[in-house]
Design a protein around this ligand. Structure first.
Ligand SMILES: NC(=O)c1ccc[n+]([C@@H]2O[C@H](COP(=O)([O-])OP(=O)(O)OC[C@H]3O[C@@H](n4cnc5c(N)ncnc54)[C@H](OP(=O)(O)O)[C@@H]3O)[C@@H](O)[C@H]2O)c1
Length: 422
């Protein structure tokens, strides 16, 4: 067939192979060339024209769209070359976009090409395009989600099987849900890149990832999960971005990633295993949630292939394609520090079991203007230590930290975990 759309793929790993398989169903799309790191590696797909130099793709005059599914930031120079060569880009690379998206989108705009990245956030869930199209009439107050399947799988298994974090991590690694080095997932960085990208398009503001507070799940214990369950909550790694209405400004954002207690009545609490979910809150739509597979060969390839086909459907029709996909905003958000955020808290405390200990915790809370909504002592150990659980009403993070510091300095308590409540 004449006028086939010519694709160059950088990366033939999990996602790249899925993309090749999915695109093989389309007679009018041709994969001209693919770049990999290791030419001799066995793969589940066969590409005739294989190279280990991504610039051979970026500089190939035959290629219309460069599909970047290699990952990492090192691939950026090849993408810059591709954009300068007027090639459209489809990428799944959240880290690259979260770190260098502003520069890449500016460059794409200058060169009248688009960068589409549906797969970069929540894998197979369509979220970027719905925000940019169907939900365009909305002003959003917040976006929150479970954006990392690995951590959601681990937390689900800790809860269902009453296992430790380490036991569940090993299980996740055996099943291929977690990488050998799981840092990017379990420390929250993967979710941080995704919420940065989401905040960017939800609020039309650029985001500095170095200012996003990020805390992973490694300190969550099976005991925390069990106690939270008794109180009616699940523990989830939540990535969220909220608009803070202050001083008549609409560019102040609270963006963060950390574990949270989520009431079992809330839909995010019931998002299990490796499933992802994104909850948007805005006017006029109110609350809308997207749920689905956040990763995996075919779900992710679905989003990548969708982006390729979107470009294909427009490419022959106009010179300035997919105007809605172009990044139009230049302003940076003002991002508030975690100390200045307001939250409800769950405190898992180990204290000396002595008369009046709960009263002392109550007094310290009162001193810092913190209202307790629930407190319980869950027995005493043989060596005289009491487990005390406190739930608080909303207070400033800095006041909570100061209260904890005071009690710990007085050697009265040790906070085993402080988890914010959604
Ligand atoms: N896996 C998922 O479910 C998923 C979901 C959403 C988004 N993503 C994103 O999709 C991207 C790819 O993920 P993946 O899981 O498919 O990774 P992967 O399985 O590790 O595959 C990466 C591929 O890129 C190739 N590669 C790496 N650096 C390269 C370079 N400098 N030049 C040429 N080729 C290079 C590798 O070559 P070799 O094979 O020769 O080593 C490999 O084929 C990442 O940005 C990831 O964050 C993945």
């Amino acid at each position: 067939m004449e006028n086939k759309l010519k694709i160059g793929i950088i990366g033939l790993g999990t996602v790249g192979c899925g993309v090749v398989k999915v695109l093989s169903q389309f007679n009018d799309i041709e994969i001209v060339k693919a770049a990999v790191k290791n030419l001799s590696k066995k793969r589940s797909v066969k590409i005739d024209n294989l190279t280990d130099d991504p610039f051979q793709i970026a500089n190939d005059p035959d290629i219309d769209i460069v599909v970047e599914v290699a990952g990492g930031v090192e691939i950026m120079d090849a993408l810059i070359a591709a954009i300068k060569n007027k090639k459209h880009i489809v990428t799944a690379n959240k880290e690259l976009l979260a770190r260098h998206g502003a520069m890449l989108f500016d460059l794409a705009r200058e060169n009248n090409v688009v960068i589409l990245y549906e797969a970069a956030v929540a894998g197979g869930i369509p979220i970027i395009f719905p925000i940019k199209t169907s939900l365009l009439a909305n002003t959003f107050n917040s976006v929150a989600g479970i954006l990392n399947g690995t951590t959601n799988y681990i937390l689900t298994k800790m809860e269902e099987d009453n296992l430790s974090y380490n036991e569940c991590l090993i299980k996740a690694q055996k099943l291929g849900y977690a990488e050998t080095d799981p840092t990017g997932d379990v420390e929250g960085y993967d979710a941080m890149y995704k919420i940065a990208i989401l905040a960017n398009i939800v609020f039309n503001l650029r985001v500095d990832i170095s200012k996003i507070y990020c805390e992973g799940i490694t300190k969550i214990t099976a005991e925390d999960i069990k106690i939270a369950d008794e109180l009616g909550y699940k523990i989830k790694l939540i990535a969220q971005a909220k608009r803070i209405n202050k001083a008549n400004r609409d560019d102040i954002l609270d963006i963060r990633v950390h574990p949270m207690l989520v009431s079992k009545n809330k839909p995010l609490a019931n998002t299990k295993d490796a499933t992802n979910a994104v909850l948007l809150n805005g006017f006029p739509v109110d609350r809308v949630m997207f749920v689905g597979p956040g990763a995996g060969e075919f779900p992710t390839a679905s989003s990548v292939a969708g982006d390729i086909l979107s470009i294909k459907s427009e490419i022959s029709q106009r010179t300035n394609i997919l105007p809605m996909a172009v990044c139009h905003h230049n302003e940076y958000a003002i991002q508030i520090k975690i100390e200045d955020t307001i939250n409800c808290y769950f405190l898992h405390i180990e204290a000396k079991s002595e008369p009046g200990i709960i009263g002392k915790i109550g007094c310290a809370c009162a001193q810092f203007g913190i209202n307790i909504s629930y407190v319980i002592q869950k027995g005493t150990t043989e060596d005289g230590r009491a487990t005390i659980i406190v739930l608080t009403e909303e207070c400033f993070e800095k006041d909570m930290n100061a209260m904890i510091e005071k009690l710990e300095l007085e050697n009265l308590i040790k906070v085993k975990n402080k988890i914010r409540v959604m």
